[in-house]
Design a protein around this ligand. Structure first.
Ligand code: SER
Length: 613
């Protein structure tokens, strides 16, 4: 039976029991800052459990796309090495929102496994939470499992939590013995030997973990079950590795051709690549782009890990994007977003792989040198950091390569080197006049720097304080029309004229909430009196305004022509020009540039009144 049929049978079984089918939520969580990627079916239902949202249906069935490479559930190190961990996988689930509870969840799981799918009950084991007498008794009452096949485990195995906070509860797992000799089974193997696979987790959601670590009771009790489709497919297809199912073999066959290496000759490499290309296809389809932080960095790490496995098989050219078509073919019946985004996924992967291939060779050479010169068994944090910083090797890639050579990496040292670099970058990026440590001469006291510049370009202002050194004058006023440099827009210039002096303001910067006018004397050589007339150079400000608006027009036009994925990565708004950094997977073509230009020019010609409210 093909995996797609297994998935459909799961849906059919539960729709017959009154469940409504719902689609998988996207992999990128909506409004949940506690989570990088959706890592369990329950993420999209969290607010229902917390009673913040009413469920549309009390019983639901679905297959949720999950990624587990960060946070509480992180399986990356195992991926490729063993036969059943994945970065991306599908979690089949049936759900009760305050409707049925433990008895039905247990009974139906057993019925589906043993009666519909015909799994041998003498290979199945059930576990329950150590204090959950109810679940323990129910197993013996509503199923025909042998009583000595129901085991109790502690919090680590049988109390399920999504993350550090959120809905959670005791759970009951179903494990399956995949070994060759059923008479060799023993309770000791559950949760310890890889001959026993956890196939299904029935979670009885009844608590909420609060940020201070305490548990509160939820007003209602819910059922959240999760069954890894890839593992179930392996068992039902009589395989002892998920990678031997149709889901993976179809991809691996293409890999064998492209890479010229048989699966049996590089099990780990082939598995990792097939796994990673699925993760990349799905995450990119849901809007992730490889980058240096957050989700984007997870995608980048996975891609580089896969590219390096290909490289080890002797592949010099980028190849990952050519596998996407097979993933789309296999999975798009359930996940049509893949077809829609196929070209986009291929382009993103290709561009990223090309980028990495430029440093991969040199990085591998550097790694070789490090290993040759190594006296102990640990690669220092500094060396690992150099590989990261200069050659783009994510640290887990270095760890993986070290592991292959029986070595380890000093992760603490790596984190330290990374921290030092961040601090350095921060201090270099900061305004180079260290205004906060100046000794100021105070003229008047009170709040300062009320910003008038949205409406006025000049003002009568009171001097709060100033500082002069080597001809440079810094001055802070009670109110000012001068815009301080921030958000990529340059500061205003102009003049401050007081009793017997004029300061030519060459820049305005912000420190805390204060606008600091930076300039030099154009007339006079000392500050007299308490007030000045502050005048912004209005021609220059007009030009800055135009370029500011043009930045918005450009951003919009870029999205229109290149796609919604385009994000602003930085910008500079200057009176004479603007610069806009963006995220896109390839060089913009002359044709695209012409289109972008045409859109912006036609908007400018419309001369629409700006609504800045
Ligand atoms: N939330 C549970 C898990 O992820 C069951 O769906 O294992």
């Amino acid at each position: 039976m093909k995996t797609s049929e297994i998935r459909n049978q799961f849906f059919d079984f539960f729709t017959d029991k009154g469940h409504t089918y719902v689609r998988s939520a996207p992999l990128v969580p909506k409004d949940d800052p506690t989570l990088l990627f959706i890592n369990a079916g329950m993420n999209q239902f969290k607010n229902i459990f917390l009673e913040k949202e009413k469920p549309k249906h009390l019983r639901v069935v679905n297959s949720q796309k999950c990624i587990r490479v960060s946070g509480k559930h992180n399986d990356l190190e195992e991926v490729g090495i063993d036969t059943f961990h994945h970065t991306f996988f599908e979690m089949l689930g049936n759900w009760s929102f305050g409707d049925y509870y433990k008895a039905e969840a247990i009974q139906w799981a057993w019925e589906l496994f043993t009666e519909v799918w015909g799994l041998e009950k003498d290979r199945l084991w059930a576990t329950v939470y150590k204090d959950d007498d109810e679940a323990d008794e129910l197993w013996k009452k509503v199923t025909n499992i042998a009583p000595d096949r129901v085991l109790r485990f502690g919090k680590k195995d049988n109390f399920w939590e999504m993350g550090d906070t959120g809905p959670c509860g005791p759970c009951s797992e179903i494990h399956y013995y995949v070994g060759e000799n059923p008479s060799k089974q023993s309770a000791d193997g559950i949760n310890s030997s890889d001959q026993y696979w956890e196939l299904w987790n029935l979670v009885f959601i009844q608590n909420n973990r609060l940020p201070d670590g305490t548990l509160e009771e939820l007003p209602k009790k819910h059922v959240d079950t999760g069954a890894g489709l890839e593992r179930i497919a392996a068992v039902l297809q009589g395989k002892t590795s998920n990678y031997d199912t149709d889901l993976f073999q179809s991809i691996i066959k293409v890999q064998e051709k492209k890479l010229g290496v048989k699966y049996k000759d590089d099990l780990v490499g082939h598995r990792a690549i097939a796994d990673h290309v699925r993760m990349l296809s799905f995450s990119i389809a849901d809007g992730v782009l490889p980058s240096n932080e957050g989700r984007g960095y997870v995608a980048r790490r996975i891609l580089r890990r896969a590219a390096r496995f290909g490289h080890c098989m002797g592949r010099e050219e980028p190849f990952l994007s050519s596998l996407v078509g097979t993933v789309v073919e296999l999975m798009s019946e359930e996940f049509p977003e893949l077809v829609e985004k196929q070209t986009h996924i291929e382009k993103v992967i290709e561009a990223e792989e090309i980028g990495f291939s430029e440093t991969l060779d040199r990085g591998l050479e550097q790694f070789g040198n490090i290993v040759n010169d190594l006296s102990g068994k640990t690669i220092s944090g500094k060396e690992a950091f150099k590989l990261y910083d200069t050659f783009g090797f994510p640290v887990d890639l270095t760890v993986q390569m070290a592991r292959e050579k029986g070595l380890s990496v000093d992760i603490e040292g790596f984190d330290k080197a990374m921290g030092e670099q961040r601090t350095k970058a921060r201090s270099e990026g900061k305004f180079n006049l260290d205004v906060s440590h100046k000794e100021w001469t105070t003229i008047t006291k009170g709040d300062d720097s009320e910003f008038l510049g949205y409406n006025d370009l000049s003002s009568e202002s009171t001097i709060r304080r100033y500082h002069c050194t080597n001809g440079t004058v810094l001055m802070i006023l009670d109110q000012t029309p001068f815009y301080g440099e921030q958000g990529g827009q340059v500061g205003d210039t102009g003049s401050l004229t007081g009793d017997g002096f004029t300061i030519r303001v060459t820049n305005t910067v912000i420190d805390g909430d204060s606008h600091i006018h930076v300039g030099e004397y154009a007339e006079g050589d000392s500050i007299n009196g308490e007030t000045v007339t502050a005048q912004v150079d209005n021609v220059r400000r007009e030009n800055i305004k135009k370029n500011h608006t043009a930045t918005h027009l450009l951003h919009k036009a870029l999205k229109k022509v290149l796609g919604d994925h385009v994000q602003q990565a930085g910008s500079l708004v200057h009176p004479d020009y603007l610069r806009f950094d963006l995220t896109h997977y390839q060089k913009i073509t002359p044709e695209e540039l012409r289109k972008i230009e045409a859109i912006i020019n036609s908007e400018i010609l419309k001369n629409t009144v700006l609504d800045i409210s």
